[in-house]
Design a protein around this ligand. Structure first.
Ligand code: KG4
Ligand code: ZN
Length: 351
């Protein structure tokens, strides 16, 4: 059974070939650094245009690497949503056109189900499982009762965890996407230097909120700068605000303290879900799963509760098409897919 999988929900154009449940190739063309960095975030129109240019070469490369021809394919799987409307449409239209030409079925896959199946690369997992999905677009806790049986326990009410990393990194003058740079800077800082809020950490649900944290960091930076400003007025001299506010020296401390606050909240909610739902397995996924502190705390938590744990390899944590193809493999195996006509769904819910 040969599947060509396509993913284009955000700013990665990706294609993969899955043969009998095994990944034969996984190609990712990322736009983040080349196209979106100068705007400080993903620009939907720019992303969609870039997908149009990249999608056929990416598919061709995936087929070539897997030594597969279009004519050998049995299915095409594609991300239906959630994601950016125009980005999704490029993947969905390409998948439909190829499937029509080849006269094979096209299977729509929920992007979040894809993140779940990134944990199934060559592995069998024990259910029920609890998964924490943390990326630039999503922050949610999901209970996975069995293949294809999901219950969302809670999501973010505002910013995603990755967004919290990226936006606070931007305040510290780091380039987009700032998450990886912020966590690098945090290594040199003291996580206790600033006591930032841990939003909703004690709320009696599994929801998250990160926008208040962003504001707290902004106020702290302003406070450091305005103290320096007052000082300069008193001494009647022009100064380098950033230098005199100590901001340069404090950057690593700010980064470490923000990272600590975000990770504390994520781990506290995951622990609460473990206590309530008593899973056999815990899983982590999404781009923020690359964060070292989060990985360490996640591992420790799973050991404390004697649970089996899974973090996909980094290339399968961030957006990729292999996870979409693996989700399709399970759907085909369990005969849980529809070949009805469909369209891209930017707000598709995981069910
Ligand atoms: O899954 P992903 O590649 O794309 C989305 O679907 O959003 O996740 C990207 C997000 C960005 O917000 C990025 O800053 C964050 O993951 N990220 C990190 C780290 N590496 C990537 N955040 C914190 N620490 C990291 N090491
Ligand atoms: Zn994603």
């Amino acid at each position: 059974m040969k599947i060509l999988a396509i993913e284009s929900s955000c700013d990665e154009t990706a294609a993969a070939v899955i043969v009998n449940g095994k990944i034969k190739s996984s190609i990712i063309a990322s736009q983040a650094e080349k196209l979106h960095a100068k705007y400080g975030g993903v620009v939907p129109e720019v992303a969609a245009r870039s997908h149009i240019i990249a999608i056929i070469p990416t598919i061709n490369l995936a087929l070539k690497k897997a030594k597969t021809k279009l004519a050998d394919l049995d299915y095409i799987a594609v991300t239906q949503g959630p994601g950016l409307a125009t980005s999704l449409m490029v993947g969905v239209d390409t998948a439909k056109a190829l499937a029509a030409a080849l006269d094979i079925p096209v299977i729509p896959i929920n992007h979040l189900e894809g993140h779940i199946y990134a944990n199934f690369v060559g592995e069998i997992r024990n259910f029920p499982a609890i998964m924490l999905i943390v990326s630039g677009g999503h922050t949610l806790l999901v209970e996975i009762k069995n293949h294809g049986q999901y219950q969302i326990l809670g999501e973010t009410l505002d910013d995603a965890a990755g967004e919290a990393f990226d936006k606070t990194a931007k305040m510290l003058g780091l380039d987009y996407p700032g998450g990886p740079q912020l966590s690098k800077l945090a290594k040199r800082g003291n996580p206790k230097a600033f006591d930032f809020p841990r939003p909703m950490i004690n709320s009696n649900n599994f929801e998250f909120s990160f926008s208040g944290l962003k504001t707290a960091v902004l106020y702290k930076i302003q406070e450091l700068k305005s103290n320096a400003m007052l000082n300069s007025i008193q001494h009647l001299k022009k100064i380098d605000l950033e230098f005199n506010s100590g901001l340069r020296k404090q950057k690593a401390n700010l980064a470490a303290s923000v990272q600590q606050a975000i990770v504390d909240v994520l781990i506290a909610k995951l622990e609460k879900a473990i206590q309530r739902y008593k899973p056999r397995t815990v899983m982590l996924g999404g781009g923020v799963a690359a964060n070292e502190l989060l990985r360490k705390r996640f591992k420790l938590l799973s050991i404390n509760y004697q649970l089996s744990s899974s973090i996909p390899k980094l290339e399968y944590c961030t957006d990729n098409a292999a996870m979409i193809g693996l989700a399709a493999s399970y759907r085909i195996k369990h005969k849980k897919f529809s070949t009805k006509n469909f369209s891209a769904q930017p707000n598709l819910v995981l069910k």
